[in-house]
Design a protein. Structure first.
Length: 446
């Protein structure tokens, strides 16, 4: 069994993680828990876990310091899954170079995304163990070593360029080029189980690794269930961007034929130095939010958009999607999945760049759409409520009145010029504001 150590300074988080999964049924043994980085270091020495699920912010040693100590003493095992309240690239990038295979936002922690992260960590553990195990399968070990090399390269784990070139020689890699550009491929797919998504991602990445080198000097490596990396080796000639676009379009056609899945491509800024490749990848991450069906290939432009422009652009796109789909299921998780963001990140974007929160915007949009239906159709209130995705007509009535100041029944009467509107039950406290299952139409709600 794969042994797991849980580390967090909040007891409720530890209890929640322990009870969230049937660990044994999934093939994991809970080796223990720790309340800070210092205690965790002792437990790692004592218990020899394969995976450590650790908070980043902790007393004594924080998660990054813990991972650095463990990485220095033990190498590639155990691997880390980081828990953070901060969706910040620098934290994530630094942890990825210290044996972390994934990170999770604590406020969005669910059994599903924890299971997915553990599955990725298990894969990393098995590859590391295979790499350490002597045997005839040298090619498999070499492939694992190559994957680990690129993870470290993108995370900035190498102190200088000579160290990178030394590893390239050991692996038989030729990375000599005038310039380098990191590209992140985003796999646009929804409604798959983690196992299905993992199989799809692995298949697409393998085929991309076969297809792209026929047209480009590049190295293709995996990243996570929804992304993979392409490192472009450029010859320094102008016009490389114009030459790249048709190649990526051709790759999309080939991959769609086999997998019925669309890829979007975020292209980072070029760099002349191998040890600056992490900066190129960081710029590719910055371009990810600009991807859309209209623009499936985006190049990072430092001067074109500030980070604030990026965030405002994302919020505007999400708002437009919500306006066009008021009757769909529009939970934060569902909309975040459509745009390939974490729910925590999307919520943060709305609070920082929108006039309302995500939930408020969805609610106001649904009420506005409901008013349009009232004006243009003869639908009953409960029918409109169902169409707008409210859990009950009674709840719809309460929300409508909170936003509009009158109940939907009163609003509808006024809209249709009904003389009954003169006698507004809302003004009298609306004593019938209770859900009435014996009537086709619900009573108004306070």
């Amino acid at each position: 069994m794969i042994r797991v150590l849980l580390v967090d300074d909040e007891p409720l988080v530890l209890i929640g993680m322990r009870s969230m999964l049937d660990w044994a049924a999934l093939g994991y043994e809970l080796a223990g828990t720790a309340r800070n980085g210092g205690e965790a270091l002792e437990k790692i020495r004592e218990l020899h876990p394969d995976i450590v699920v650790s908070d980043i912010r902790m007393p004594v040693l924080d998660g990054l310091q813990l991972a650095a100590r463990v990485h220095e003493q033990y190498g590639g095992l155990p691997v880390f899954i980081m828990l953070t309240s901060y969706e910040e690239f620098d934290y994530v990038r630094r942890s990825m170079g210290l044996g972390a295979v994934d990170y999770l936002i604590k406020m969005d922690l669910t059994a599903e995304n924890l299971t997915e992260a553990l599955a990725r960590a298990r894969d990393a553990v098995e590859k590391e163990k295979a790499l350490r195990r002597p045997g005839p399968n040298q090619s498999g070990s070499l492939e694992s070593y190559r994957e680990r090399f690129f993870i470290q390269l993108y995370s900035g784990a190498f102190p200088n360029e000579s160290k990178i070139r030394s590893h390239c020689e050991e692996l038989g890699l030729t990375l000599d080029a005038a310039a380098y550009t990191a590209v992140i491929a985003s796999i646009r797919n929804k409604d798959l189980s983690p196992e299905q998504q993992g199989a799809l991602s692995a298949g697409i990445t393998r085929m991309a690794a076969d297809v792209l080198p026929k047209y480009l000097r590049c190295q293709v490596t995996g990243m996570d269930l929804r992304h993979f990396n392409v490192l472009l080796l450029l010859d320094g000639s102008p016009g490389w961007e114009d030459a790249l676009v048709p190649v990526l379009q051709k790759a999309n056609e080939i991959l769609y034929k086999y997998f019925s899945t669309t890829l979007w491509w975020a292209v980072g800024a070029p760099t002349a130095a191998l040890h600056h490749i992490p900066d190129s990848q960081k710029s590719a991450f910055s371009a990810l939010p600009l991807l859309s069906e209209k623009d499936p290939i985006v190049f990072y432009r430092d001067e074109a958009r500030t980070p604030l422009d990026h965030r405002a652009c994302i919020v505007a796109e999400v708002q437009d999607y919500i306006r066009k789909n008021p009757s769909k299921k529009l939970s934060l998780n569902d909309v975040a999945a459509v745009f390939n963001f974490s729910p925590g990140y999307l919520s943060q974007l709305f609070s920082q760049n929108g006039e309302t929160s995500f939930v408020e915007f969805v609610t106001e949009t649904r009420i506005a759409a409901a008013k349009e239906l009232m004006a243009s159709t003869d639908l009953k209130i409960y029918e409109i409520s169902e169409m707008m995705g409210f859990e009950s007509a009674f709840y719809f009535s309460k929300v409508f009145k909170k936003i509009e100041g009158v109940s939907p029944r009163t609003y509808l009467r006024k809209l249709r010029g009904d003389s009954e509107a003169k006698s507004d039950p809302d003004a009298k406290g609306d004593p019938d504001a209770k859900e009435n299952p014996n009537k086709e139409e619900p009573a108004d709600a306070d």
